[in-house]
Design a protein around this ligand. Structure first.
Ligand code: PLP
Length: 381
């Protein structure tokens, strides 16, 4: 008879319920929702079966920094939605971008970036990538002629956003892809604001798509994650860097992102419909100096008469919160001059059109009438 184990041993090892798939045939079932694999490591019966997964080969799991089931589900889901060969799930949108840029560019390379891109992107390029001998230049990507002129000299990467932040300007992706590909330049597109429900940049010629899954993909403001989607080769290079840096998405965050994506289509369409209606109301309102809305998408930016008016309006909002993020179920407002673009010199920021009185609305799932009632009241404060 086996000797009963000591309590310390029992506590250290715990008791696991049988995994449904391990039950005998007649008792077998599958969990309706994907389980959360909150484990950093996977055990093997013998050395032979551990070797492939430890090298990152095959579909097996060994160590969560290399690969884990929830991260892989997020990767496969986004790859399918974006029409990509493969995807990489990371700890944030910024780490996805970092892996893409570090895998795609090296010392001596020239990287071009849309001039009114997300402030964090500019900060990664200016404060960090530039230190490694990568030349960073900003270009008015909404004008293909400006991009063509910038591509007169050799470049490695062009980075643009499907909808720029916060002015929601649209770039002509097929035109930019043609310019890039004629010169062997990699086209990276941040598709965070559109999501594959509204735009699929790979179909329009992009080489890599980046997402902050923290925003609309996740959709509930309860996770931080990023995803990169593209060819096997490009994703393979980025994955190798992600493993070396240890920036794999955490299991819980990947699990939450997968759950969020289940309702992505409904959320994006509802938010877009409401954003369109709010943009029309704001355009017709004399208290609003300018409205930035390209006719589609879940965001609307609008400009008031200066910083004081913007601050007064934010303070007077009762339901809409000041949120330094976007993409949740609740509508949020942001003041780009003091949040996403605070690191830019005020003159440079204003020259891009990001005025001190600019507010950006990330439209959620409330009714349009409730949102307008809140905005209307605050604009009159
Ligand atoms: N890309 C865009 C367009 C963003 O707005 C953000 C964050 O606000 C990011 C990337 C970075 O994403 P994360 O905060 O998940 O790192």
């Amino acid at each position: 008879m086996r000797r009963p184990v000591d309590l310390a041993t029992l506590a250290a090892r715990g008791v696991r319920s049988p995994a449904p798939e391990a039950l005998p045939n007649g008792e077998r079932s599958t969990p309706s929702a994907e389980p959360l694999y909150q484990t950093s490591v996977f055990d093997f019966a013998d050395v032979e079966s551990s070797e492939g997964p430890l090298r990152g080969e095959g579909d097996g799991y060994s160590y969560a920094r290399i690969r884990h089931p929830n991260g892989r589900s997020l990767e496969l889901t986004v790859a399918a939605l974006e029409g990509a060969q493969d995807a990489l799930a990371t700890s944030s949108g910024m780490s996805a971008l970092g892996c893409a840029l570090l895998a795609g560019a090296t010392t001596g390379d020239r990287v071009l970036c849309q001039d009114d891109a997300y402030g964090g992107t500019r900060s990664l390029l200016d404060n960090h990538l530039a230190r490694f001998g990568v030349t960073v230049e900003y270009v008015r990507a909404t004008d293909p002629a400006c991009v063509a002129a910038a591509l007169d000299r050799p470049a490695r990467v062009l980075l643009v956003e499907t909808l720029s932040n916060p002015l929601l300007r649209e770039v002509d992706l097929p035109a930019l892809a043609a310019l890039c590909h004629a010169r062997g330049v990699l086209l990276l597109v941040d598709n965070t604001f559109a999501t594959p429900i509204l735009r699929r940049p790979l179909e329009q010629g992009a080489d890599l798509v980046i997402h902050s899954a923290t925003k609309f993909l996740g959709g509930h403001h309860d996770l931080t994650a990023g995803v990169l989607a593209g060819s096997h080769t490009l994703i393979g290079a980025a994955r190798s860097l992600s493993i070396a840096l240890g920036v794999q998405a955490a299991p819980l965050d990947a699990w939450l992102a997968c759950r969020g994506i289940r309702t992505l289509d409904l959320r994006m369409k509802r938010a877009e419909e409401t954003a369109r209606a709010l943009a029309a109301r704001l355009r017709a309102d004399v208290r609003v100096r300018a409205v930035h809305f390209p006719g589609w998408g879940p965001l609307v930016s609008f400009e008031l008469d200066g910083d004081a008016a913007a601050r007064r309006t934010v303070r007077a909002l009762a339901a809409i919160e000041l949120t330094p993020s976007l993409g949740g179920t609740a509508t949020g407002v942001s003041h780009p001059a003091t949040s996403s673009h605070r690191d830019m010199a005020p003159e440079a920021r204003r020259a891009l059109g990001i005025a001190d009185g600019l507010l950006r609305l990330s439209v959620g799932l409330e009714t349009e009438s409730d949102l307008w009632a809140d905005l209307d009241h605050a604009l009159g404060a």
